[in-house]
Design a protein around this ligand. Sequence first.
Ligand SMILES: C[S@@+](CC[C@H](N)C(=O)[O-])C[C@H]1O[C@@H](n2cnc3c(N)ncnc32)[C@H](O)[C@@H]1O
Length: 181
Amino acid sequence: MLVLLTVFAVYISYFLILILILLKFLEYLLPLIFRGGIYVPTKMDKIKKMVDFLEVRPGEKAVDLGSGDGRLVIALAKAGAEAYGYEINPFLVTLARKNIKKAGLEGRAFVYQKNFWKEDLSKFDIIVIYGIFHIMKRLGDKLKNNMKENARVASNAFSFPLWKHVEERDGVYLYKKNGRN
Ligand SMILES: C[S@@+](CC[C@H](N)C(=O)[O-])C[C@H]1O[C@@H](n2cnc3c(N)ncnc32)[C@H](O)[C@@H]1O
């Protein structure tokens, strides 16, 4: 009986140690995976519409704020832009870089692991965002002071509460900085 109890206690200890290791691992991994919130990619047909909508001119600098797997950065580069993506989630950054390489766009499309709130956005002619409603006011305030004259901004799904869009197509809002916005 004593032997049985000892074996049982040893197994329980192993089990508890395993659980503790797993919890420690998740404590490290989960914030990395979910950094930036839940990832929702834009559908490919909408990506195409957004790029058409923006009328990208060759050599323009474009950025996707929160670039996910890089699909919009790739589409902007294919349309002729020098395209950048700022993405907070390191796994998505790795995936996007792989996709850029696969598309043969290294040298024209770049993704960086960065928090876009901390970045200078004043060099871009085109800024694209697929955010969430509660950040739009703050982002509008940031862009107001940190955006090139005549730059275009396309926001997928969420509008800027204090800005007037120039056009809306399929749930994408287009804005132009012209001294009023
Ligand atoms: C709705 S997804 C859009 C992804 C991509 N732009 C697309 O249209 O498919 C938003 C992305 O923004 C990223 N993100 C959220 N906050 C961020 C921040 N402060 N800086 C950089 N990326 C951020 C998320 O990790 C996520 O990949």
